[in-house]
Write a protein that binds this ligand. Structure first.
Ligand SMILES: [Fe+2]
Length: 344
């Protein structure tokens, strides 16, 4: 085991001219091989979240919101902003904010419209209050672009991690209502509609193609792999699933991992992409304050292990030296509810 004395964790300054989502962040000095991500989604700001002390105890380097930070469901951005203000003062979350960097994306309820997409009229105003919540500087290019997608890079002595925050709301085309009873949506016509929109796709392709990181983490509010439950997922736009798989393959990006939320259940899914040496893991962590407690099963051809329908958050421990990643679902009192290890 190498010892890295005086090594520092540097978060890259990505304010390149023309960069659509450059972010500048500085975090404390660290000396280590392991980068730890904590993330979660579906958080009612009015309901007690008993997990913040457990998140802090897991000593992560970054907290990633996977969406549904508040349940606003309104086109009044001022009201959404007020809810974010309440969330910022929540005991435990306020401590976490002081300790570590907080980044992330939105989903439909904090965006403002249940299952909403590009059609949402207040999306610009909603974006402003969302970026206020994340303390994104007023002069940031992320304020000037449409959509909340962003790139964050972390350099450690033994390698780097890139986190690509996706926006699956701002540009998303209308969904196709399901004909089958018990399902809300079904896959649309292959080739029609988009999840990310052209500009975000171009940005993502560039970010992956030019990435020198050992691990590239994609944060998608909705599930990428699980595609048979009939709710929102990338699978409702099957050509967009193939497009991302194709970009992952062609870009030669190392260690691509997807983090998702939305479902009020947590599960691990994995798939093999032809020409990619490692399995593509989609770690869904959903339900910080409320879960799908009546969950009785749903098909997911990509699932690994059991579904967890308990309040939890996700931990991703990336060892840049051994290239081993530990994925964990953590419940109240630090209980490990499910775990998966993958070698990259
Ligand atoms: Fe939710």
């Amino acid at each position: 085991m190498k010892v890295f004395k005086g090594a520092i964790l540097i978060v890259a300054i990505a304010l390149f001219v023309g960069c659509k989502s450059g972010i500048t962040i500085l975090t404390p000095e660290k000396q280590k091989d392991v980068f730890t991500i904590a993330f979660g989604s579906c958080n009612k700001h009015t309901v007690e979240n008993k997990l913040w002390d457990d998140v802090i105890a897991s000593d992560p380097d970054v907290w990633i919101w996977g969406g549904d930070i508040v349940y606003a469901d309104t086109d009044n951005a001022q009201k959404i902003g007020k809810m974010y203000e309440v969330q910022k003062k929540v005991t435990g979350y306020d401590t976490l904010r002081e300790k570590i960097q907080i980044i992330g994306t939105w989903d439909d309820h904090d965006y403002g419209l249940n299952d909403g997409g590009a059609e949402f009229a207040s999306k610009r105003e909603s974006q402003e209050v969302f970026l206020d919540f994340l303390d994104v500087p007023k002069e940031s290019n992320r304020r000037k672009q449409e959509g909340v997608y962003a790139s964050h890079s972390y350099d450690l002595p033994s390698g780097s991690v890139k986190i690509l925050i996706l926006d699956t709301r701002y540009f998303r085309s209308p969904l196709t209502p399901a004909k089958e009873r018990g399902k809300r949506y079904e896959p649309g016509i292959y080739g029609e509609g988009t999840v990310l929109g052209d500009e975000q796709w171009n940005w993502l392709e560039d970010e992956l193609r030019n990435s020198k990181a050992e691990f590239n983490i994609l944060v998608s509010s909705i599930q990428f792999l699980s595609n048979q439950h009939g709710f929102e997922c990338w699978g409702n736009f099957p050509h967009e699933v193939d497009k991302l798989k194709g970009i992952i393959e062609k870009s030669n990006a190392k260690g691509v991992i997807i983090l998702s939320g939305d479902r009020h259940i947590s599960e691990f899914s994995a798939d093999r992409i032809q020409g990619v040496a490692y399995p593509l893991v989609d770690f869904t962590s959903s339900g910080l304050t409320h879960v799908y407690s009546s969950y009785s099963g749903e098909p997911n051809p990509y699932r690994i292990g059991e579904v967890v329908a308990k309040k939890s958050f996700g931990i991703v421990k990336i060892n840049l030296h051994t290239k081993e990643v530990l994925f964990e679902m953590i419940g109240n009192n630090g209980n490990i509810l499910n775990a998966l290890t993958e070698q990259y």
